[in-house]
Design a protein around this ligand. Sequence first.
Ligand code: 5RP
Length: 229
Amino acid sequence: MEAGAAQVEEQKRAAAVRALDFVRPGMVIGLGTGSTARYFIDALATRVRAGLRIRAVVTSRESHHQAEAGGIELVDDLDQPLDLAVDGADEIDPRLNCIKGRGGALLREKIVAHASQRFLLIADESKLVDRLGRSPVPIEVLPFLWRMTGRSIESLGGRPTLRMAGLEPFRTDNQNLVLDSAFPRVDEQLAAMLETIPGVLEHGIFLGMARTAVIGGAGGAIRMMGALA
Ligand code: 5RP
């Protein structure tokens, strides 16, 4: 039976709270974007107010506002890896490959994930898939000649549509556009080909990046996937 909206929120919250087990004093932590990441930032802020000392890097303006309001010390310039990044996902496969970017923060999210020693996914169980590609892949593109960039994406078998925010094109925090594109197959080859298109700034296919996933399930169950240590 599919979980109702309130149960899904509870699963996200439970996964986010469990992710606190990976936090240690003194860490620099990457904070993701989206509804599940929001639960994590909330839970982390509560710990910080209780005396935990950590610093954080945020992946969006939205997470910046929330973390700042919660009293979390923020940094945006580092010359060494982050200890941990915690973020949600739109789809997660059994090897912890994932699709991200429905919230439009994929570029900064990928930079932060790549710069972290451990990239930890938090999600409700509806995000688990046998193989990636159930939902369109978000692709951040430069506004300059974006229709031509869209054509290049079509030449890879994609069906890109411009993401809208009401009547206006959606703009990322970096002032770029997002093309959401279904593909017949989402795999390493597609990721590599997308990276050859000059107007593509980043795509939401995160392969081999997440080391661990904390998945909230029915009745408060938590499933840990990947490496725990
Ligand atoms: C934002 C993201 C989000 O992490 C992803 O869309 C999942 O969001 P939610 O936790 O709201 O389901 O990639 O760019």
